[in-house]
Design a protein around this ligand. Structure first.
Ligand SMILES: [Zn+2]
Length: 90
């Protein structure tokens, strides 16, 4: 299976390593890190209007279960350090 594309923006998703202090079973998730993604962009407005907080979320897929959902982020740069670079030979 190749790299999945985000169902909101159609861009290839990135592997993102889950932090050690979480209860997620997966070692990594597919995450859409496209800042132009409508899911990510509309998240800011949604969170501000509902909860009055400046945060958003990115589209995420669990590679093990196929489950998808939001990954909360507090800025455009947040969580980027966890992105796993794809190797050319894969
Ligand atoms: Zn996207």
């Amino acid at each position: 299976m190749g790299v999945p594309v985000c169902k909101y923006c159609g861009q290839p998703m990135s592997r993102w390593k889950t932090p050690p202090m979480t209860n997620w079973e997966a070692e990594w998730f597919w995450v859409c890190f496209n800042d132009e993604c409508t899911y990510f962009q509309q998240g800011w407005e949604w969170m501000m209007s509902r909860f009055h907080v400046s945060s958003s979320y990115r589209y995420r897929i669990d590679p093990g279960t196929g489950e998808d959902g939001p990954l909360p982020v507090w800025s455009g740069q947040a969580l980027r350090s966890g992105i796993i670079e794809e190797k050319d030979d894969e």
